[in-house]
Design a protein around this ligand. Sequence first.
Ligand SMILES: CC(C)(COP(=O)(O)OP(=O)(O)OC[C@H]1O[C@@H](n2cnc3c(N)ncnc32)[C@H](O)[C@@H]1OP(=O)(O)O)[C@@H](O)C(=O)NCCC(=O)NCCS
Length: 167
Amino acid sequence: MQASEVLIRNVRPQDLDDCCAVESYGFSPEEMASRETIQLRIETFPQGFFVAEVDGRVIGMANGACTNKDDISDEELKQLIGHDPDGKNMVIFALAVLPEFQKQGIAKRLIQQFVEGAKRNKKEKVFLMCKPHLIAYYEGMGFLHMGLSRSTHGGAQWHEMCLPLKD
Ligand SMILES: CC(C)(COP(=O)(O)OP(=O)(O)OC[C@H]1O[C@@H](n2cnc3c(N)ncnc32)[C@H](O)[C@@H]1OP(=O)(O)O)[C@@H](O)C(=O)NCCC(=O)NCCS
């Protein structure tokens, strides 16, 4: 489906159902965040939670947290344990767009908004973990491939990517 008008904005509490639907389309049951976790992210750190809206419906999202660590493999941060809004780095937990809206640059716009926010707040780096087939996609947006992660989240193998924001 062609997304004629896509609005990228910060999440709102009423987006919870749509965000859960996007998460469930994007990730396996083992990998996906629970409704409670998504609600916690929305309530705790909406500044780091962006959604793509089409015709009043959320069809994509990028969400994350801040940390002072450079190690992003720990599971606790995904529950925002250790999240510090003043932390020097940001981590993106989930990036997903509903299948019928993919390949139109919507995920790229979500990442751009996330990164612009990180720059505005003077963060040093943006980290994320991805599957091997998406390494080149993130490299295309300036991320550096850091290698295989210690994380085995959802029983999968993950690669760590890092976007340095300062020289
Ligand atoms: C990964 C994901 C978020 C990408 O979403 P998307 O909105 O399709 O991403 P984009 O449109 O920015 O880019 C996807 C591809 O479409 C291409 N594209 C972008 N705009 C396009 C357009 N107008 N026409 C054709 N192709 C286009 C991009 O070049 C890119 O190609 P590449 O994969 O060869 O680099 C989406 O596939 C998804 O939700 N997957 C499941 C969840 C997941 O794996 N998330 C990542 C976790 S790390």
